[in-house]
Every structure is written in structure tokens, then in C-alpha cells.
Design a protein around this ligand. Structure first.
Ligand code: ADP
Ligand code: ZN
Ligand code: ZN
Length: 737
């Protein structure tokens, strides 16, 4: 008997190793390929895994290894290069290899299904079927109906869509196929083919042209470009002209956008500019549609893919360019499971396949700006607004000692009135959804707290509910104080729902549009709301940070930031950066057209250095200052961090576990290059009924930090205290609270 091969399989479980299996005897050795999935016996059940390596030996006695149940793919799901990149991700984020690979797979492939069956069968009429006299099928009504249906289509239709239009059609399809009147195909349809008339690009201004030239000059090589341009400066046009170059070479483009950054406007602009296959991976797609897009990218049928964070894992036949729009956006960092940054892994991916990356933003993150200063990224600046638009004027309204009507100063109300009188539009920004952030009893000071979290519950008046925004707990709004039975229960503070009502009272003849997670949860709701603004049917747009992204409203000339104070004194070192980004992004919504815009910031702290710098010198100056402060304090990006987090039913279980981790770290920290901070309770210690704590590691040497993490993690899996908690490791954490 010839020596057996050993399959090293990555399994999606929280252990940092591969599992050895034997092939089963039904297949030739050569059928097993690295990157193919297998169904394996695992404990008492079975699991899907992926072959990562094929060898002829094992650390276990070969005769004790189990054979796999079934080989699921005849060709690899991931090419070697792609797998190498995924392995790097697993190492960098210190996340188990199996879970990493399965995060990168579309949902459909995480299940047992073979890839072939994942692709839906499609149908169309043959040439004969299109021309035959339908009367010849008078005695086979179902066949006749199906053929009529197929003849009405210009393209293939899927099983699913046939099901929707005709019941019990399959026997008819079979009969028609035997008569050569219809044909079937396992082909993957293109989800979206640009069909609109192509609009010619505007002539680029000098800065845009220069930026484009720099990128296209290096279009065949790895380079990172930070396209740093104020809102409205025409970054999207620069993307377009770079994309054009890539499409011309018959290569593919991946555009990553923030979670709520996909606007109908952006899509329309794409389809008007490119006469090629464009797909969008968005949350409304089902698993099969997602897989089909994935497959199209992999086999080269798809030329442009637009998608959020996880699209970065899509395999491409011939990727030529990655663009990350709004690169500073937090949604590019995954907060659970594999805690990757799509922006950062995009850069290593581009490096591996030797292509350029463009990071675009009006408010680049400090990490990227620091990389520019180090010379690692090329800085492309767009300083002027494109076309005829002029940058808005920014001013503050000092709220100190002023009487407020429902959170509005009389000055702001007056400005709103004037703007409406000119038939122009207003955007008001308040980053807090719901009616009011909490409810208070005026008799006894009882307040509505979440029983599962260390936080207050938000009043949602229309729903008659108190809702915790951290764990989702809900209850009815009480009629009486649960503590003293008083009926004098009052809302404290303002959310968007309450502000909308206040605005409606102040401007009864104006339609007010509110955009937040509550008003846009229904499918298409966002689009319908935005259309009202675009068509000028509504004049006041009120919303949370969902408004800050990408939308282009030329008739908006006044932007009001209702409460800037929330973000000025945050505890997280990044809260200033976020606030500056948010204010700048919201301000950028004003004056996108030819009329000059005005941005008004309501605050009790008009002299706060952050506001002063932003108003007088702009985001770039703010970022320079912030980077200087970070350097002095040796905070990221001037040091590297990782965070152990732990949650458990009792607080001391976390502390015990994290103390043990700390001791392991200390024993491995021979040259003292790692600083250990904690363990401490998280800033909201109890969330969804669990206590939470954290241990922060920081170092000047990324290498030392990662070396220590590897060593520590090897010992962690066997710790007894680890079994009582749910723990995770977050490399380059964005949220340090
Ligand atoms: P950004 O992405 O930087 O916010 P956009 O690319 O959306 O900017 O451009 C803002 C507006 O200016 C858009 O309406 C766009 O069509 C227009 N625009 C961009 N570049 C030019 C140009 N070179 N000439 C005329 N209009 C332009
Ligand atoms: Zn009370
Ligand atoms: Zn809660």
C-alpha cells in the first residue's frame, strides 16, 4: 500500500491550529487540492473545513487519523496567493485560522452545499422556441404558459424568478427542453449591467488631473495614495478617471464604502459613467445572490465591485485597483469575531498582488496622515471645490446663558426661517436618535435605567417604548413612577424624534424629513426620503450621522449642528478625532451647489481649541495638532496596541482571567518593551447582563508586541479561568473604552 497523504484542515472553531485527516478512499489523491472544502467528522458531529496543506506526515500516529466524510470542491475555493493573504490576516489579528477563513467565505459556502448546486439554474427560449407557433402547444397549457413567459424575457430567468411567476412549471420545462424549445444553463447571471446612457466625464481641474496622473503613473505597481480632498472637491471624479485606466487594461476594480455610504446617487453616477459590469454587495441580497457576485468576480466576468467591509475578501481573477472611500470611517473595522480593519488588510492585499490602493477622505484618520508623513503613502491633495461650488463659512452660536426653545437658540431659528424664505434647504444634525435620552421622575428623581446595562433607556415616543440602545431591551413607557407612583415623569434631553416634533411646531408649513436608524429601517425608506429632498419637496432635513456620508444636495445652504458639546470631552483618546471628522463631514453638506453655504455650530464651549482650530484653520490643522499630541504622549499611531477583552456573569471572573493573562505577558516580556495597562472594568462595565473588563498592551515595537501576543495566546487556551469567560483579542483596537 502506498503511503497515504495527510490533509491539514482549517476548521471554524476557536482553536489556533489545523486538524489532520486522511482522504477517503473514493477519490484519487490528486483530487485533493489546497483551498478545497471538505466535510469532516468532528467530535460527535460533522463540520465543514478547508484543506490548507497536504503532507505525508502527522504529529499523530497516521493509523489513528480519521478519513474525511466528503470532498466538497473539485477545484480550490481560494487560490494559493489568496490563502497566503488570509493566513497572514489570521496571524496579524491572532485569530484562529479556521474562523478567519470562514469569515472570508460567503455564507453559502460555509454550509455543506457543493459549489455547483449553489448556482441557480437559468432558463430561456431557444431560437426555435421563440419562433414556433404557440398554438401548437394548445393541448399542453403549462408548457404554453412557460414558453410565453420565457419569450417575454430578453435574458435568462432563474428558477426562483420562474417560481414567482408560474406554479409547478418544472415538468413543463423538461418537456419543452426535450422538444428543443427551451434551454437551461448553470451560468451565473450578471447582477447588474449598466444600460443607461453614458455621460461624458467633466474636464478635470488641475488638482484632479495631477492626482489622476500620479496614480496612473504607478497603476501597475503597489503604492498607497491618500486622496485628501475637502467635500465636493471632486474625489469621486478622480476615482472614475483612475478606474477608467484599469478597465481599459481589462482588469478589475474593488471599491469599498462605509456601511451607510452607499447612496443611490453614487450608484447612478457609476452606471452613467461605465459601460461595464458593475455589482453591488449590499445587505438586501440573499446568500445565493452574494455567492453569484463572488463567483463573477472570481471568474473575471465582473469588472467593478462596490461593497462594504467584508467585500475585501472577494477573490478576483485580475484585480487592478482597490479604492477605499471615506477611509476614516469606523465601519471598516469589524468589532466582533475576526476584528480586522478592511482598510489595513486591503493594503496588504494590494501589496501581495502588486497593485495601487487609493484611500479617499475629506477627513483622513491620523494613522493615514502619519503614514504620509513617514513617506509610506503618497499624499494627493484637492484643496478646492470642483466646478463652481465655494466652501461654506463656519460659525458658532454660544449657548451660555441663552434661552433655548427645544434645544434651539433663537439665532438659529431665525437663520432657518431666512433660509426657508429664500426657498433654500436646511440640514440639522443631532447625533442621538429617539425622543429623549432618558426619563426622569420629577418627584423622586427615579430614572429609567436598563436592567442589563450600566446605562439609561431612551424614550421612543411614537413606539410607546423605552429602548436600551446598547442591548436592545425594550419596555412600555410607564404611566407612573415605578418608585413613588408619581405621574410627573419627564423626558430629559433631546433626540431626533423630539427635535422633529419641535421643528414641526416651529415651522408648521414645512415638511420635515428625519433620517436616522428608526426612520430608514424599512427597505427603500432611505431612498424615498432622499428623493423628497432632491426634488425640493421637503426643505428641512434632520438626522444623525447617517446624514454625514456622501449625499450631495446642491440646494442646502444652511447646516446646523445642534449639539457639538457631546463629543468635545470624551474619554477615549479618539473621541476628539471622531468629533472633528463628524463636524467637518456634516459641514461639507452645505453649499455643494453654486450658492455659498453657512454652517452653524451650537455649543457652550465656542472657545474650545478643537472648534477654534477647525473653524479657523480646517481639519488638516486639527490633525497636525492632534498628531503632535499623540506623539508627545506616545499614543497610536506612535505606538502599537492590542486589547484583551473579557466578559462574564461575574466581574471577578474577568479580573482573575485577565490577571493570569497579565502574568503570562510579564513572564514573556523579558526586555520590558511592552506596557501593560489594567485589567480594568470597561467604561460601561455591564452590558446585556454581562460584566466586562479589559487589559491593554502597548509597545513601540510592533514586532515585539506581536511576538508577545503569540506566546501569550499559546498558553491561554489551557487556562482554567479562560473557561469561565468569553474573551477576545483586538489588535489595533479603535474603541478603547
Ligand atoms: P467629492 O467626492 O470630493 O465629495 P465629487 O466627486 O462628488 O466630490 O464632486 C462634487 C461635485 O462636483 C459633483 O457634482 C461633481 O459632478 C462635480 N465635479 C467634480 N469634478 C468636476 C469638474 N472637474 N468639473 C465640474 N464639475 C465637477
Ligand atoms: Zn418617582
Ligand atoms: Zn441595555
Amino acid at each position: 500500500m502506498s503511503k497515504s497523504i495527510v490533509l491539514q484542515v482549517a476548521v471554524p472553531i476557536p482553536f489556533r491550529k489545523l486538524y489532520d485527516y486522511l482522504p477517503n478512499n473514493n477519490r484519487a489523491k490528486s483530487d485533493y487540492k489546497i483551498g478545497a472544502r471538505v466535510n469532516i467528522p468532528f467530535g460527535k458531529s460533522e463540520k465543514i473545513g478547508m484543506i490548507i496543506n497536504i503532507t505525508d506526515h502527522s504529529t499523530y500516529p497516521i493509523e489513528k487519523l480519521k478519513p474525511i466524510n466528503e470532498l466538497l470542491d473539485s477545484s480550490p475555493i481560494f487560490e494559493k496567493e489568496h490563502l497566503t493573504w488570509l493566513k497572514w490576516i489570521s496571524q496579524y489579528y491572532h485569530h484562529p485560522i479556521g474562523e478567519t477563513i470562514f469569515t472570508a467565505l460567503p455564507a453559502l459556502l460555509r454550509k455543506s452545499e457543493a459549489t455547483a448546486s449553489a448556482i441557480e439554474t437559468h432558463w430561456r427560449a431557444t431560437e426555435l422556441g421563440k419562433t414556433i407557433n404557440l398554438d401548437s402547444l394548445n393541448r399542453a397549457k403549462k408548457q404554453q404558459q412557460l414558453l410565453i413567459l420565457l419569450r417575454e424575457q430578453t435574458d435568462w430567468i432563474s428558477n426562483k424568478s420562474a417560481n414567482e411567476q408560474l406554479s409547478n412549471w418544472r415538468p413543463a420545462a423538461k418537456a419543452l427542453m426535450e422538444k428543443n424549445l427551451v434551454e437551461q444553463s448553470q451560468r451565473i447571471p450578471n447582477i447588474k449591467l449598466a444600460t443607461q446612457t453614458i455621460i461624458k466625464a467633466p474636464e478635470l481641474n488641475e488638482e484632479q488631473q495631477e492626482a489622476t496622473n500620479e496614480v496612473t503613473h504607478k497603476i501597475d505597481h503597489f503604492s498607497v495614495f491618500l486622496l485628501d480632498g475637502i467635500t465636493g472637491s471632486g474625489k469621486t471624479e478622480v476615482y472614475f478617471s483612475c478606474i477608467e485606466q484599469v478597465i481599459k487594461k481589462n482588469e478589475q476594480v474593488l471599491l469599498l464604502i462605509p456601511e451607510i455610504g452607499l447612496t443611490p446617487q453614487l450608484l447612478k453616477r457609476f452606471s452613467q459613467r461605465f459601460n461595464c459590469t458593475i455589482s453591488v454587495l449590499h445587505s438586501a441580497l440573499n446568500d445565493s445572490e452574494r455567492y453569484q457576485i463572488w463567483k463573477n468576480a472570481q471568474n473575471g466576468q465582473l469588472q467593478i465591485l462596490i461593497g462594504t467591509r467584508s467585500s475585501i475578501f472577494t477573490p478576483f481573477l485580475n484585480l487592478g485597483l482597490i479604492i477605499i472611500d471615506e477611509e476614516h470611517d469606523l465601519s471598516f473595522k469589524q468589532q466582533d469575531g475576526l476584528k480586522y480593519s478592511a482598510r489595513d488588510v486591503a493594503i496588504t492585499r494590494a501589496q501581495k498582488v502588486n497593485i495601487p490602493v487609493i484611500l479617499g477622505s475629506a477627513t483622513p484618520c491620523l494613522e493615514s496622515l502619519s503614514n504620509v508623513k513617514k513617506g509610506a503613502y503618497h499624499h494627493l491633495k484637492l484643496r478646492q471645490r470642483a466646478g463652481n461650488a465655494i466652501a461654506p463659512r463656519i460659525d458658532t452660536i454660544d449657548l451660555k446663558g441663552k434661552e433655548l426653545v427645544n434645544n434651539f437658540s433663537s439665532d438659529l431659528l431665525k437663520l432657518i426661517k431666512q433660509t426657508l424664505a429664500k426657498d433654500e434647504q436646511v440640514i440639522l444634525f443631532l447625533n442621538r436618535r429617539g425622543f429623549a435620552p432618558t426619563m426622569l421622575c420629577h418627584e423622586c428623581a427615579w430614572s429609567a435605567q436598563c436592567t442589563r446595562c450600566d446605562t439609561y433607556m431612551t424614550i421612543h415616543k411614537k413606539k410607546h417604548r423605552l429602548i436600551c440602545h446598547h442591548c436592545g431591551s425594550e419596555k412600555r413607557i410607564p404611566q407612573q413612577c415605578p418608585s413613588c407612583s408619581s405621574i410627573d415623569l419627564r423626558p430629559i434631553g433631546f433626540g431626533t424624534e423630539r427635535t422633529e416634533q419641535a421643528l414641526q411646531d416651529a415651522f408648521p408649513d414645512t415638511e420635515i424629513i428625519r433620517i436616522d436608524r428608526d426612520t430608514t429601517s424599512r427597505k427603500n425608506a432611505m431612498r424615498q426620503l432622499l428623493e423628497k429632498i432632491e426634488n425640493n419637496r421637503s426643505q428641512i432635513l434632520l438626522g444623525t450621522q447617517m446624514l454625514a456620508k456622501g449625499h450631495d444636495f446642491p440646494n442646502v445652504t444652511l447646516v446646523g449642528i445642534l449639539d457639538a458639546d457631546q463629543g468635545l470631552f470624551g474619554t477615549d483618546m479618539r473621541s476628539n478625532e471622531r468629533m472633528a471628522q463628524l463636524i467637518t463631514q456634516v459641514a461639507g453638506r452645505a453649499g455643494r451647489g453654486e450658492k455659498r453655504g453657512l454652517v452653524i455650530i451650537q455649543t457652550h464651549h465656542p472657545d474650545h481649541p478643537l472648534l477654534q482650530t477647525l473653524i479657523n484653520k480646517g481639519y488638516g490643522a486639527f490633525a497636525d495638532n492632534a498628531l503632535r499630541e499623540r506623539q508627545e504622549a506616545q499614543l497610536p499611531p506612535f505606538s502599537y496596541t492590542a486589547m484583551f477583552r473579557s466578559e462574564a456573569p461575574y466581574a471577578d471572573q474577568n479580573i482573575r482571567f485577565l490577571q493570569e493573562i497579565k502574568q503570562i505577558c510579564q513572564s514573556l516580556n523579558s526586555n520590558q518593551s511592552i506596557e501593560l495597562l489594567g485589567p480594568i472594568p470597561s467604561s460601561m462595565e455591564r452590558k446585556a447582563g454581562k460584566y466586562r473588563a479589559q487589559l491593554l498592551l502597548s509597545s513601540h515595537s510592533r514586532k515585539d508586541l506581536h511576538h508577545l501576543l503569540s506566546g501569550t495566546l499559546q498558553q491561554t487556551e489551557t487556562l482554567k479561568s479562560a473557561k469561565r469567560v468569553r474573551w477576545s483579542i483586538d489588535v489595533d483596537p479603535q474603541d478603547m473604552s
